[in-house]
Design a protein around this ligand. Structure first.
Ligand code: MG
Length: 247
């Protein structure tokens, strides 16, 4: 039985790619940098991805990802590297202001509200994710939100999910009267569905913590990392079939 859904936010419920491009374009303007081009975006994304993956492997600190990626990118382009920290601060705010839903994610989470305990599970920054929750309306739909910056551990580390499970069980105890009788009692990891687009953080995290791994893979990427997947979906609405089959 599935009782809890852990939702990844970026590039699962919300289109991060659109927000990223818009936020960078605006940030470049505000800091008086040259026009932000498609080529620059491609170069930046290589640096950004490499640093996030190092973070997921526990080889890099968060600040070295957030500020370091801009320091490295600005150095490569011959821009002033000393603005990296301030540029990143503003970038986090701008990310929180640009909302673009994936599929009909808002209606989907709204429809499932009250039927399942729904939580956000994200490695993004507190500033950006808080803004996104507020501006998307998801803050009113989620029962709980887990942001790695607040927990102090990143997905896929099991510590992230240990905290989530503990908080979920605390919430269930405090809200017993609001939920259906069959959902009472402690939640087991095998009753939690983790939905996310990332093999390295969401799906590997689900494997580490013993959760049901639901891979949102709209771009049909090949799973060549040996990560174990329980369900693969191309559209978020396919989640209804999974929930119905796991009753
Ligand atoms: Mg994601």
């Amino acid at each position: 039985m599935i009782r809890v859904i852990l939702w990844d936010l970026d590039n699962t419920l919300l289109d991060f790619d659109v927000a990223e491009k818009e936020a960078l374009t605006t940030d470049f303007k505000e800091f008086g940098l040259p026009e932000f081009t498609e080529d620059m975006l491609s170069e930046y994304m290589v640096i950004n991805r490499r640093r996030w993956q190092a973070l997921e492997r526990g080889e890099m600190e968060k600040q070295e990802v957030l500020e370091g990626r801009f320091r490295e990118f600005f150095g490569l382009k011959g821009f002033d590297t000393s603005i990296a920290a301030a540029f990143n601060d503003r970038y986090q705010e701008l990310l929180g202001e640009t909302i673009c839903y994936r599929d009909n994610s808002y209606e989907l989470v709204k429809e499932l509200k009250g039927k399942y305990l729904q939580c956000m599970a994200s490695n993004g920054t507190k500033k950006a994710q808080t803004g996104k929750l507020l501006n998307s309306g998801f803050d009113k739909l989620f029962d709980l939100s887990f942001i790695s910056e607040e927990i102090g551990v990143e997905k896929p580390a099991i510590g992230f999910f240990d905290v989530a499970l503990e908080e979920v069980n605390k919430w269930l105890l405090e809200n017993e009267t609001k939920i259906r009788e069959e959902y009472l009692g402690k939640v087991k990891p095998s009753e939690i569905l983790m939905v996310g687009d990332s093999l390295t953080s969401d799906m590997r995290g689900a494997n580490n913590a013993g959760l049901i791994a639901c891979w949102y893979n709209p771009k049909n990427i090949t799973n060549d990392l040996g990560v174990s997947i329980d369900h693969e979906i191309k559209n978020l609405n396919e989640i209804y079939d999974i929930l119905n089959s796991c009753k």
